[in-house]
Design a protein around this ligand. Structure first.
Ligand code: SAH
Ligand code: SF4
Length: 351
């Protein structure tokens, strides 16, 4: 998409054109200007010539059922980023109004950078290096891409959640990240409620502090992955700059200002961070009743192996016996390498 010239083109148009265009682009999710039937033909033609709506992407999907789909989007300068549509299966709940109505949820995972400079040992994105920050438009474009796809399916499916858990560290690109969040949340553009937006950070305290000061309160997740600084520094190089004590101070401040729960993400890596001792140590850290633990089955990307299913269950039990609310993330789309940065890596021949 290239909307750079949009405001110049609309300069001499009546004010209500903005509202018409916002609706067409960000609520009706048109993919060519000719679909914007509320606009005069001559304007549509000019927009077609000067503001491309095309999003260049290649989709990878798993066979059958409601499964994840992943897209590699090629940006104007040739950079490739990835974004995932996670189609969680619906559960039969009393809330389901009719049998036909889908109770599944659609979560979109977006990238905030092309690559990531932080080089975590377990992460495919980190291993493949860093190219550049994304602009807010490039971040929102990922959501628009999936919104168009859901619309084209014609089943009335909507976006339920958006998570900043794709490639990159959002707090290293704070200005564009928050601009994208505000755009997604704005009732005049995408109108996606703040409670449906989540950001994950590896623990950059400046970012956590800035987020606590924003008017818009989205969900916060911390990529914890280790219950002590020594192990954490082996897995996450930038942890040397951010001790757990400082991170939890920033998180507790975030919680006291916002009253929101914070999700602690913990990858389960075989023989590295998955012992009973690790679980007890983690439980000790989980002092605040608003902390929750989410155990993530590790997607093998190189030197580490995933923890066994039984080990994850035992680890979860220890945490729960210690009174820590714990969930296990459904491992989505392993077949299409749906974890952080893996597809892009494959394309470049790294993985
Ligand atoms: N940089 C931020 C945001 C990216 S989130 C952060 O690290 O929090 C990316 C998520 O994918 C993180 O929780 C990360 O731990 C997880 N991840 C990375 N490599 C993975 C792998 N091989 N298998 C499963 N999850 C992985
Ligand atoms: Fe970057 Fe997050 Fe991957 Fe670490 S886990 S390299 S911070 S994207």
């Amino acid at each position: 998409m290239n909307l750079e010239k949009l405001s110049e083109i609309l300069k001499n148009e009546p004010k209500f054109r903005y509202a018409q265009i916002n609706k067409a682009l960000f609520q009706d999710y048109i993919s060519v200007w000719s679909e914007a039937s509320s606009l005069p033909k001559i304007l549509r033609e000019r927009l077609t010539a000067e503001c491309s709506l095309e999003i260049k992407a290649q989709i990878f999907k798993t066979a059958g059922g409601r499964k994840s789909e992943k897209a590699l989007i090629t940006l104007a300068d040739g950079e490739i980023i990835e974004t995932v549509l996670i189609r969680q299966r619906g559960e039969k709940t009393e809330k389901a109004e009719t049998a036909e109505k889908s109770t599944g949820r659609n979560t979109i995972c977006v990238s905030s950078q092309a690559g990531c400079p932080l080089g975590c040992a377990f992460c495919a994105t980190g291993m493949n290096g860093f190219s550049r920050n994304l602009t807010a438009e490039e971040i929102t474009e990922q959501v628009i891409f999936w919104a168009r796809r859901l619309k084209a399916e014609g089943k009335g499916e909507k976006i339920d959640n958006i998570v900043f858990m794709g490639m990159g560290e959002p707090f290293l690109n704070y200005a564009e990240f928050i601009k994208a969040v505000k755009f997604l949340n704005n009732p005049e553009t995408m109108n996606i409620g703040a409670r449906r937006l989540s950001v994950s950070t590896v623990g950059l305290t400046e970012g956590i502090k800035r987020l606590a000061g924003e008017k818009i309160q989205i969900n916060l997740a911390l990529s914890l992955h280790a219950p002590n600084d020594t192990l954490r520094r082996e897995l996450i190089p930038v942890a040397k700059k951010y001790p757990l004590r400082e991170i939890f101070k920033a998180i507790d401040n975030y919680i006291s200002r916002t009253g929101r729960r914070v999700m602690m993400e913990y990858l389960m890596i075989k023989g590295v961070n998955d012992s009973d001792k690790n679980a007890l140590e983690l439980a000790d850290l989980m002092k605040n009743p608003l902390y929750m633990v989410n155990l993530i089955p590790y997607n093998a990307t190189g030197k580490f192996k995933p923890a066994d299913r039984e080990r994850i269950a035992a680890f979860k039990k220890i945490l729960e016996d210690e009174g820590v609310p714990t969930t296990v993330r459904l491992s989505f789309g392993t077949e299409i390498a749906a974890a952080c940065g893996q597809l892009r890596g494959k394309r470049k021949g790294y993985v």
